[in-house]
Design a protein. Structure first.
Length: 300
């Protein structure tokens, strides 16, 4: 009896030792990956996507292997495992049907990591949703929108969506500055003002290649885009290092260009209609309030 008791105590000790060792090892590996991700992101400027995904895979494997070894070293658990082995085929089929969505998300997550349609810290537009990729887990992708809310999208769904990635391959962004001026305004002066304001903005960059510089390609082209119903529509092409800088630069330029237009007499029109009243039929007793032919009434 003493030997049996000692054996049981020994098995329990081994089981607890393996479980505790697994937890400790998983925690250490997780912390190592966290430090590696921070150093890689802040100092080396590397993409943290692969590290984050690999961290979850490695820690999961450590726990699965560790707990499996712990159970296998318990004789009672080993017998239970052998008895369950006979029904492993049925359990596998049932588990497959029950976890097909989860497995689909994991496989889609692996494809995202391999083919990299987007990475952590990329700015995405998915349908009507906009935000920055915060994390890619085994099951879903976490996007932080610009109101600091988290959008959780399963990997199997986002991998089938049409995604607009502002940071894919080349982070530089061309920002359109669209402004309408009145038909009475000086187009040349308006173009000059817009170009000057873009050139002096600190976030504006020069994206031209050496070949374009040799050809004399204009840095900030300003073109008449269309002749609208009540305005001449101008567009300037301004470049920024990334989408965040492009957004801030666009807001600043609209304000500075509006102020310059006000100072230099360039009108930004608002919609209006001109109504023309035809001559009314003669009446027996005309009144002074009758409106004569070609009188014009402008409604603003």
């Amino acid at each position: 009896m003493d030997q049996e008791l000692l054996a049981k105590v020994e098995y329990i000790g081994i089981f607890l030792g393996i479980v505790i060792g697994t937890i400790v090892l998983g925690t250490i590996v997780n912390r190592i990956f966290v430090r590696l991700i921070r150093r890689s992101t802040s100092e080396l400027k590397n993409d943290p996507t692969n590290y984050k995904f690999l961290r979850r895979v490695v820690v999961t494997i450590i726990y699965i292997v560790g707990f499996s070894v712990a159970l296998y070293n318990m004789p009672s658990m080993r017998a239970l495992a052998n008895s369950l082995l006979a029904g492993a085929g049925i359990l596998a089929v049932a588990a497959g049907f029950a976890s097909q969505h989860a497995l689909g998300n994991i496989i889609s997550g692996l494809f995202i990591i391999i083919f990299r349609p987007f990475r952590v810290n990329d700015r995405l537009k998915v349908r009507e949703l906009n935000g920055v990729v915060e994390d890619i887990t085994l099951r879903h992708t976490v996007i932080r929108d610009f109101e600091n809310r988290r959008i959780i999208i399963p990997n199997s769904i986002i991998s089938e969506e049409i995604i607009v990635n502002a940071d894919f391959s080349d982070e530089k962004i061309c920002k359109w500055i669209d402004i309408g001026i009145s038909y009475d305004s000086d187009i040349a002066l308006a173009r000059k003002i817009i170009k000057e304001e873009v050139l002096k903005h600190p976030l504006n960059i020069d994206p031209r290649t050496p070949e374009q510089l040799e050809k004399g390609t204009e840095l900030v082209p300003v073109r008449v885009l269309s002749l609208g119903e009540f305005s001449v529509n101008l567009r300037a092409w301004a470049w920024a290092n990334n989408s965040a800088d492009a957004f801030n630069m666009g807001c600043d330029l609209l304000e500075s260009i509006k102020n310059r237009f006000d100072r230099e007499g360039i009108e930004i029109p608002f919609p209006y209609r001109t109504l023309v009243y035809k001559e009314k039929k003669a009446t027996a007793t005309p009144t002074p309030t009758d409106i004569s032919k070609n009188d014009r009434l402008e409604i603003y």
